[in-house]
Design a protein around this ligand. Structure first.
Ligand code: MTE
Ligand code: MO
Length: 400
């Protein structure tokens, strides 16, 4: 692990972190395009200056321009989201153990990092997106972290399949769910510990994995060092960081972070009429389809009558993007964009479209479709917690 001496102290106890963000020059603030969207750019350990949503715990958003620089999001630009103020500040690499237990395993395990890294590795390129990504754009506004569009990132994850570990532990008949707990702790007894659960069949699908590497390096501290769950296609809430405890149980887990938190209306759109609540909810699961222009910012000036190289990204919950369409006339006509290299069905997919605009103001809308025909709504959907925003994004270009 590469350590910056200013931020880390490497001692006999292992790795210790001084958790202090360095505010960039005071002038370096950004204005997210909604009310109360002003944020400081702050550099945390192993991170370039990112858009700070909260300091305790650190919650950091990726500046959107990063998504135009490559299909993989660099580790030092990858967003950070935590719920509990007491995040681990020191982890002894040699002492660290992952426990796998519960009534529904035959052989409880306690594994060191070295033992985990000695198992057959797996790799996947997958998007980690917070359920509340883009929450700041909800109208009417909703409570919760007011993210712009940067609470997401795409990385190559390397680790061991959860199935491998569950097979080693031996799953007993009657196992229903698997729970995941990390090293962070609630700051007070009233706040429930951050524990998430997956159904046993999902946990054993061979795709859910425990990652110790991200883009070829150790996980950054703030992204879950030394080990995190990766649940391809599913919202970040399941991607438990600093993972040290896996428990196999015989009933659905209903801890706070599964119920009432992180639930969506139990209907096809995961939506309700603005201001209403849903009578029946289910745990949030797969990401819906999204697409963005990354080559041009909203409000950018471009040359009229010249070819413009429009570019962006699209992704979904793991069926794979099959089509990206662009409209410059409010949705009356759509042009098909060319898709870039395929990094797998869980990855961002690049798209490109050359375009010539006549003089004037143009709204450029982008809409993606996945392999099973799911697409994006023209009007934003709404739900009380502000999850799963995936309206067709529109940017305004001034062709002069
Ligand atoms: N231990 C722990 N893991 C966690 C969380 C947390 O609060 N504690 N937050 C989850 C949520 S809601 C999200 S969106 C992702 C964010 O992952 P990142 O911080 O690596 O970007 O981490 C998940 N894993
Ligand atoms: Mo999240």
């Amino acid at each position: 692990m590469k350590l910056d001496r200013r931020d880390f102290i490497l001692g006999t106890a292992g790795v210790a972190l001084t958790l202090r963000g360095n505010p960039a020059a005071a002038a370096e603030a950004v204005e997210l395009p909604f009310a109360n969207g002003r944020r400081q750019l702050v550099a945390y350990p192993q991170k370039r200056p990112l858009i700070q949503l909260t300091a305790r715990p650190p919650q950091l958003e990726t500046p959107f321009a990063v998504f135009n620089q490559g299909i993989l999001t660099p580790n030092d630009a990858f967003y950070v989201r935590y719920h509990l103020a007491n995040i681990p500040l020191a982890i002894d690499e040699a002492e660290f153990r992952l426990a796998i237990g519960g009534d529904k395993v035959d052989r409880p395990l306690s594994l060191s990092l070295a033992e985990i890294k000695a198992l057959e590795p797996v790799e996947v390129v997958a998007v980690n997106q917070c359920s509340g990504n883009s929450r700041g754009f909800f109208e009417p506004r909703v409570g919760g972290g007011q993210w712009g569009n940067g609470a997401m990132g795409n990385a190559r994850w390397k680790g061991v399949a959860l199935k491998t570990l569950l097979d080693m532990a031996g799953i007993r008949a009657g196992a229903r769910q698997v729970t995941f707990n990390g090293l962070d702790e609630p700051p007070d007894p009233a706040t429930p510990d951050y524990v998430k659960a997956l159904d046993i069949d999902h946990a054993r699908d061979g795709e859910v994995m425990l990652a110790y590497q991200m883009n070829g390096e150790d996980l950054p501290w703030l992204n879950g060092y030394p080990l995190r769950l990766v649940v391809p296609g599913h919202y970040g809430t399941y991607w438990v960081k600093h993972l040290n405890q896996i428990t196999v149980i015989d009933s659905p887990f209903e801890g706070f972070w599964m119920k009432p938190a992180y639930r969506i209306p139990a209907n096809d759109c995961a939506c309700v009429e603005p201001g209403k609540t849903a009578a029946v909810t289910v745990p949030i699961s797969r990401c819906n389809v999204r697409s963005f222009v990354t080559s041009h910012a909203d409000g950018a000036q471009v040359a009229a009558g010249k070819t413009l190289h429009l570019r962006g990204i699209a992704f979904d919950g793991g069926y794979g993007i099959t089509e990206v369409l662009v409209s410059v006339d409010g949705g009356a006509h759509w042009s098909g964009a060319a898709l870039g290299e395929d990094f797998g069905k869980y990855s961002f997919r690049e798209w490109r479209l050359p375009l010539v605009l006549a003089k004037g103001e143009r709204n450029v809308a982008v809409r993606a479709t996945n392999r099973i025909g799911q697409s994006q709504p023209m009007e934003a959907l709404w739900n009380p917690p502000g999850y799963m925003r995936n309206v067709v994004e529109t940017i305004r270009l001034h062709a002069v």
